[in-house]
Design a protein around this ligand. Structure first.
Ligand code: HEC
Ligand code: HEC
Ligand code: HEC
Length: 278
């Protein structure tokens, strides 16, 4: 199996710390064939749903073993076997990691009414689940289920030009700071021009939310009335030459819009990118 190691250097915050105090962490990248079991390559997140079934089947096996209900136990053991073995069919790279003999042992113990042996084999099976999870659960969730901003485009209503997300973001940051700098230095026209552009770019950004959110109300939650009100106050502050008002409402806008949206989406997007090798 091809394995890629990704070293994430956690660089010590204080530069005076000795090099040997720096810590690092390595993450295991998921095998490539997993991709086909997730959206958008697949219609559903088939892999994750298989996992939810496995958890349910493990629980049913424990419960019917305790209830000594042999008929239902047999039914759920058969389902557990099918789903557990499907791991190796879906992701051949993981076939060798499976303890496929355990299911036959569990079935034999159940048939013999040996609850103690059944429990012992099931605990072993659970270890097999856990060892894969320890290595892959986090990276797979981030790689295949974190929202994918790398393919989202932001279209300018004025020029009809399309930009990728990180470019659109750099521009927002530039405009926001231009309003701040020009406002502070009393360059009113430059500041209000930048504010006009910022408002236009935010409207463009708002159109792109629908790539993932079907409901208009989601966009409004961040780019709605509160955001517009903050910027209206910024404009008044600039027109009155009131730096205090300008600064205060620009700050309110940056926290309520930029920081809030980042808290929801940005780290996940960054992690997904990192794990995709983009
Ligand atoms: C060879 C690897 C592998 C094996 C073996 C495996 N899993 Fe998983 N499992 C994963 C990965 C990868 C994820 C993360 C999927 C995701 O978040 O999209 C996961 C996620 C899960 C989840 C979702 C966890 C959550 O956060 O809600 C459950 C439940 C689960 N597995 C149950 C099981 C059970 C029960 C077994 C054993 C019978 C098992 N898995 C065996 C790889 C494995
Ligand atoms: C969807 C909600 C959302 C809003 C609203 C938002 N951002 Fe972002 N921003 C993101 C995401 C997602 C990323 C990471 C994109 C990526 O993975 O490249 C990001 C990245 C950035 C980056 C880093 C860009 C890079 O790749 O170097 C900057 C700078 C930035 N945003 C500034 C801002 C500013 C300033 C505002 C407010 C005017 C803002 N953003 C509003 C979601 C948002
Ligand atoms: C690449 C996909 C993607 C894009 C583009 C995107 N989001 Fe999200 N967003 C998500 C996912 C996934 C969640 C978490 C699940 C959910 O609530 O839908 C989420 C959650 C949210 C939430 C918290 C849940 C809620 O409904 O209150 C808000 C608010 C939000 N997004 C706003 C925005 C805004 C505003 C934009 C556009 C500027 C945007 N999103 C663009 C994927 C995306």
């Amino acid at each position: 199996m091809m394995r890629f190691l990704l070293a994430l250097a956690l660089v010590a915050a204080h530069s005076f710390l000795a090099a040997d105090e720096e810590k690092s962490l390595s993450l295991q990248l998921p095998p490539a064939s997993l991709e086909q079991w997730y959206r958008p390559a697949n219609e559903h997140d088939v892999w994750l749903h298989t996992m939810f079934r496995l958890r349910r089947e493990m629980q049913a096996v424990s419960e019917y073993a305790a209830l000594e209900d042999g008929v239902r136990l047999k039914k759920w053991l058969a389902r557990l076997e099918k789903d557990y073995l499907s791991i190796g069919e879906m992701v051949p790279e993981w076939k060798d990691e499976l303890e496929d003999g355990l299911l036959k042992k569990m079935q034999a113990a159940a048939a013999a009414g040996d609850a103690e042996a059944l429990g012992r084999w099931q605990r072993k099976l659970r270890k097999s689940c856990q060892s894969c999870h320890a290595e892959y659960k986090l990276t797979v969730a981030l790689r295949y289920r974190a929202p994918d901003f790398s393919s989202v485009k932001v279209e300018s209503e004025e020029t009809l030009e399309e930009e990728d997300y990180s470019r659109a973001m750099s521009r927002l940051s530039l405009l926001l700071n231009r309003v701040k700098i020009a406002g502070e230095d009393g360059r009113q026209k430059a500041a209000t021009d930048a504010l006009d552009q910022l408002e236009q770019r935010l409207a463009d950004l708002g159109e792109s939310c629908s790539a993932c959110h079907k409901q208009e109300s989601t966009r409004e939650r961040i780019l709605g009335a509160a955001a517009r009100a903050s910027l209206a106050h910024v404009r008044k502050g600039l027109e009155a030459g009131d730096q205090k008002q300008t600064g205060r409402y620009l700050g309110e806008f940056a926290v309520g819009v930029c920081a809030r949206c980042h808290a929801i989406h940005r780290l996940q997007s960054n992690m997904r990118r990192l794990l995709s090798g983009d």
